[in-house]
Design a binder for this molecule. Structure first.
Ligand code: SF4
Length: 230
């Protein structure tokens, strides 16, 4: 199945604001699907969620946190035991190494607490800009906009960005969305990407943004020969 090309041009600011307002109304209570009880658990869950579904992570973390409830406990865990527990999340050897190293950093450099500052978060093993943004925004309510694969795809299809990298997309979207809504906008785009704007084929017929989305207009025109009605 051929992938739908992203629009080559950004939409106007007015259309971008309208698209985002529709998504905000569609997903008014958007929150992360990852289950966690504290910033440490969220951090570990986000690292495990790379290339894995949140549902699978949620099935895995209870056993992990029951056995290793704090950064100090996880820092001392035998890698082979952590690998066994998290095996179903995929890339389990690399992820086990990352979460044990991150826990060691937390225990040794941050007194067992997850830091709030981006620079400190990104210095932890296995933590890049996206993971740091999720922890900052979800655990601490900070203004941060995480770009994962869903956000990248949906932002392009909507014509909010033509950026080549996640950082380009982050810069473009955070110019449009007011700062106090950055942490919610991440969830609007993720939920929309999972439910409707799927890869590789979006369900434009069922999408509330289809009348103004450049990709949706092209997809529906190809199917019906007519532009969608506003
Ligand atoms: S109209 Fe289609 S491409 Fe545009 S956001 Fe909706 S599902 Fe995605």
């Amino acid at each position: 199945m051929a992938t739908i090309p992203f629009p080559k041009k950004k939409v106007s600011a007015a259309v971008a604001h309208e698209e985002l307002a529709i998504l905000e109304r569609t997903y008014p209570h958007a929150v992360t699907a990852l289950e966690y009880r504290n910033p440490f658990q969220l951090l570990i869950a986000v690292i495990l969620s790379a290339q894995c579904t949140d549902a699978r992570v949620n099935m895995t973390t209870p056993a992990l946190f029951a056995k290793y409830p704090t950064p100090h406990d996880l820092a001392k865990a035998p890698l082979s035991d952590v690998e066994r527990i998290i095996k179903s999340c995929g890339f389990y050897r690399a992820k086990a190494k990352s979460i044990v190293s991150a826990a060691r950093d937390l225990a040794e450099k941050h007194d067992g607490h997850v830091p709030k500052a981006r620079e400190d978060l990104e210095s932890l093993a296995g933590v890049g800009r996206k993971t740091a943004s999720v922890v900052m925004s979800v655990a601490f309510g900070e203004a941060a906009f995480a770009v994962d694969t869903h956000v990248f795809r949906v932002a392009h299809r909507l014509g909010l960005t033509t950026g080549k990298t996640p950082l380009d997309v982050e810069k473009d979207v955070t110019k449009i969305v007011p700062r106090e809504k950055w942490r919610f906008a991440h969830h609007w785009l993720i939920l929309h990407g999972r439910a409707i704007c799927k890869a590789p084929r979006p369900l434009c017929e069922r999408c509330p943004v289809s009348a103004i989305c450049p990709t949706g207009k092209a997809v529906l025109k190809n199917k019906t020969g007519k532009s969608p009605r506003r």
